[in-house]
Ligand binder design. Structure first.
Ligand code: PMT
Length: 313
């Protein structure tokens, strides 16, 4: 048995798994009947629980900025979007108004008989276009939200989504922007209850999470256009690691980024080329987001892939 099969055999699916699987099935069947293009956007970081009854867990930095903004741009290109995200990480549309920003856009008036809430006139220009896009996406049912928390939840959802996406053949894009844990504690090595400090400092031994890109590309969605992301903190490793990933998993594109500069610079690495996509300082100051050119480029590459008939060779 391969290590990824063993992973699924030894780790139970999350409690909401069957509900999410039904939602994915229904969403994919509808969009496949319509012959739409579809993208699975994974977003945010996975957790690694340290106890079955989880009080403590290992987390990572990802806020879900890349995934949530990319999902909006894919909608602009008429893709149906499965937004598979870490629960409570940034989501498309609402990401523009985090924290108190939303409340600051509202005015409240009370005339003694009734209370009304309106959008502050200064905020209408900002709020209206985003609200309109949100309503359009929801009413036309172009976006499905499914969430995960732990790395095990993520892996179950990822496979279920792929099972539904296979029918789209080359019309499906997988855009794997989530920051997925490479290390975890297998369920049979985890304590049931909260670790007790009275028992002294614990020794925690992490195991390797199987790389799911391997079965994903070769077995689950072999005809899809798969884009993975590569995150590094050492610039000297970035392109080599991206190339290694392409030659190992044989997918179409790796988008490589460095932790500190990821919001204004990425490198597209394909089997035959590598080039930079970046925002200038002026573009960043004007509020442009790097996900806009990233998604435009991915969409163009996806069209070329479909037109070339490469997936059917
Ligand atoms: O959310 P933000 O704050 O905006 O940050 C965006 C980002 C930096 C998280 C994003 O741009 C990014 O780089 N995401 C990928 C991070 C990552 O997991 O890199 P990696 O080198 O560990 O993995 C490379 C690929 O292997 C990933 O596409 C991942 O889906 C896949 N993988 C990872 C682990 C695993 N067990 N199996 C996998 O298949």
């Amino acid at each position: 048995m391969s290590n990824w099969e063993e992973f699924y055999n030894t780790h139970l699916p999350p409690a909401d798994f069957e509900d999410n699987r039904s939602l994915l099935k229904e969403f994919c069947e509808r969009h496949n009947r319509l012959q739409n293009r579809i993208v699975l956007v994974t977003s945010g970081g996975t957790t690694v629980p340290l106890e079955h009854n989880t009080v403590r867990f290992v987390d990572n930095f990802s806020a879900g900025t890349r995934g949530s903004s990319s999902a909006e741009y894919f909608l602009d290109h008429n893709y149906a979007v499965i937004f598979m995200h870490r629960l409570k990480s940034l989501e498309p549309f609402t990401r523009h108004f985090t924290g108190q920003q939303f409340f600051d856009m509202l005015d409240i008036t009370d005339n003694g008989q009734s209370t009304s809430i309106t959008v502050n006139p200064d905020s209408v220009d900002v709020f209206a276009p985003i609200l309109a896009k949100y309503k359009q996406a929801r009413e036309s049912q172009m976006i499905l939200y499914v969430s995960f928390t732990s790395v095990v939840d993520y892996m179950w959802l990822l496979r279920a989504a792929c099972e539904c996406l296979a029918a789209f053949e080359d019309r499906a894009v997988l855009y794997l922007a989530a920051a997925v844990s490479d290390f975890y504690i297998p369920q049979d090595m985890m304590p049931t209850h909260k670790m007790q400090s009275g028992e002294g400092a614990p020794t925690i031994s992490l195991q390797l999470v199987p790389k799911m890109l391997a079965p994903l590309v070769s077995l689950w969605v072999p005809q899809a256009f798969v884009v993975s992301f590569k995150l590094e903190t050492d610039e000297n490793l970035l392109i080599t690691k991206a190339r290694d990933s392409l030659s190992k998993y044989k997918h179409k594109l790796v988008i490589a980024n460095i932790l500190q500069t990821r919001k204004h610079r990425v490198v597209f690495v394909t089997p035959t080329s590598s080039y930079e996509v970046h925002l200038s300082r002026e573009q960043a100051l004007q509020g442009l987001e790097i996900e806009e050119p990233i998604v435009a480029d991915v969409v163009q590459k996806h069209s070329e892939f479909i037109n070339s008939g490469m997936s059917r060779q």
